[in-house]
Write a protein that binds this ligand. Structure first.
Ligand code: NAD
Length: 302
């Protein structure tokens, strides 16, 4: 019999992920507050539940892909208005939250789940909407060894790289560290390219030189932020698509929050958050829905 997955949160990321579960032979019972999202999920082969509680009631796995930590906590634990899903999820099911939230939110839900004898892992993703649709996401999982092994049953249908970062909350911590570093090397790459242009260099030639030199990094190699240097990246498409400035700011905010809790010094991460925030509000327009490599424009003099 096909394994049953309850999927809650069928937005930009969740719709592709749920569709890939269907393609891999899972019976997916899905729920979202948005009617548009549920219509699309039905077209992709999901059964639509009328509430999240109805979706999870006979599930083998529960997957959530929701906007933020307070929504994730409310959905699982409940509030003064409604019960949380933990009261409806079978004890045998494994819960996977794939949303990007603070490690503390993940640990709160994990502890509440454990108190009700439910198994929970946090499994945030690296990769955007295209990777969610293609089933090539990377997952960073926080949970016990046994739950991690179990989680692969569904995660392999949605992604190609699956890591165990540690116990509950560790997946979110890994995600935050990775994206803080991404912000730093993207901003640094844009800064170096602009310095080169301002000093008479061709950005194509400078990129070739740095790719073979010690400045080489992922942003330069796969995601060059200077328009016209690389084909098929957002910089060569008016910074449309890709990973939005608003989402990078969300992740940098989570990194700052985590650094306060652990009393870590993060001067580079803090500078990157400030840069992306200044960029978002520059030139009298909201650049939040541009790709994050548009930070290049922040350095440009024209
Ligand atoms: P989205 O806003 O497109 O989708 C979220 C969905 O959750 C929406 O369809 C919304 O209606 C639904 N929702 C909200 N509250 C709900 C509730 N109480 N019950 C049921 N459904 C509810 O967001 P997204 O881009 O799909 O991102 C989802 C998560 O993935 C976020 O945590 C984000 O940070 C993370 N993420 C996004 C990307 C990306 O490129 N979009 C990349 C990596 C990680």
């Amino acid at each position: 019999m096909a394994k049953r997955v309850a999927f809650v949160g069928l937005g930009n990321m969740g719709s592709g992920m749920a569709a890939n579960l269907v393609k891999s032979g899972f019976e997916v019972k899905a729920f979202d507050l948005s009617e548009l999202a549920t219509t699309q999920a039905r077209d992709n082969g999901c059964y639509i539940a009328s509430t999240a509680a109805e979706a999870v009631v006979d599930a083998d796995f529960v997957v959530t892909m929701l906007p933020n930590g307070s929504i994730v906590e409310t959905v699982y634990i409940g509030d003064e208005n409604a019960k949380g899903l933990l009261d409806s999820i079978p004890e045998t099911a494994l819960i996977l939250d794939c949303s990007t939230i603070a490690p503390i939110n993940a640990r709160t839900v994990g502890s509440a789940a454990a108190a009700k004898s439910r198994r929970f892992v946090d499994a945030p993703v690296s990769g955007g909407v295209a990777a969610a649709a293609a089933g090539t996401l990377a997952f960073m999982v926080g949970g016990s060894e046994a739950d991690f092994e179990d989680s692969k049953t569904v995660l392999t249908a949605m992604g190609s790289n699956i890591f165990r970062a540690g116990d509950v909350g560790a997946g979110q911590a890994a995600k935050i560290c990775n994206n803080m570093l991404l912000a730093v090397h993207m901003a640094g790459t844009a800064e170096a390219l602009q310095l080169g242009v301002d000093n008479g260099l061709d950005p194509v030639v400078l990129s070739e030189i740095m790719l073979k030199s010690s400045g080489c990094n992922w942003s330069l190699e796969k995601y060059n932020p200077m328009p016209g240097v690389m084909d098929g990246v957002p910089a060569s498409n008016h910074y449309e698509g890709g990973f939005l400035v608003d989402l990078m700011l969300k992740d940098l905010g989570l990194a700052m929050e985590a650094s306060l809790r652990s009393q870590s010094s993060v001067p580079m991460g803090a500078a990157a958050r400030n840069l992306f925030n200044l960029h978002k509000h520059s030139d009298g327009e909201d650049k939040g829905s541009k790709d994050f490599s548009s930070i290049q424009q922040f350095y440009s003099k024209s």
